[in-house]
Design a protein around this ligand. Structure first.
Ligand code: GSH
Length: 211
């Protein structure tokens, strides 16, 4: 059995944040597919045995079960010595961006994609609201990347891995990604790293395409 097991599904950008870290660190891991679209994360069993928050991703390693992608990334940075902070100021800066990501960037992009791509709601006032919020957060990130290659500076960190979680889903996001040149260059920079793979190529997907 692989050292690391990740409860995930290909459609989850939150799980991809962790899967990509595992790939970039060349760690032996195995995906455990979660049937999210048929409500597996909402079952009493999932909540009792895996994650009381009812979410993916969950990572198992060395007898520990961890959830929340930011915490898992932080754990992997500690275990591998890669993509983590080198001092306390940098640590705070990384966490500042992971929190921004969870609250404003991923939260809006992922919910918008879910409604359009999987729940098939079509355009509604809710999707318009989420797209506007997503674009506002993208403006912040694009501006941050105008004078630096990675979100906290010259070096890639787990903050980049967190923030990039949904972007490679591209058109599924239904936001004008091409308008954000610095975000585009940043995505290309990370995509060029040895070990980079698209989420749909490293995690199993729902057989009927989700929804
Ligand atoms: N902040 C969490 C978000 C995790 C999350 O929202 N996961 C989604 C899938 S991408 C989920 O499992 N949702 C279950 C549900 O809403 O029932 C993280 O970063 O891990």
């Amino acid at each position: 059995m692989a050292d690391y097991r990740l409860w995930c599904m290909g459609e989850s950008g939150n799980a991809y944040k962790v899967a990509l870290m595992l790939e970039l660190c060349h760690l032996p891991w195995q995906p455990v597919w979660v049937d999210f679209f048929h409500g597996e994360t909402r079952t009493a069993d999932y909540r009792a045995t895996l994650n009381e928050m009812g979410e993916v991703p969950v990572l198992e390693h060395a007898g520990k079960r961890l959830s929340q992608s930011g915490v898992i990334l932080d754990y992997l940075a500690e275990v591998t010595g890669k993509f983590g902070a080198t001092n306390a100021d940098e640590q705070r800066e990384i966490w500042r961006w992971i929190l921004f990501d969870n609250h404003k960037f991923t939260a809006n992009l992922a919910t918008l994609r879910y409604l359009i791509q999987f729940a098939k709601t079509g355009e509604t006032p809710v999707t318009e609201f989420l797209r506007a919020r997503s674009i506002n957060a993208m403006k912040v990130v694009n501006h941050q990347l105008a004078d630096k290659p990675f979100i906290t500076g010259d070096r890639m960190t787990i903050a980049d891995l967190s923030m990039l979680g949904y972007l490679y889903y591209g058109d599924e996001l239904t936001v004008p990604l091409a308008d954000f040149a610095h975000i585009g260059s940043w995505m290309d920079r990370v995509k060029a790293l040895p070990g980079w793979k698209h989420p749909y190529n490293i995690m199993p997907r729902a057989p009927e395409g989700g929804g």
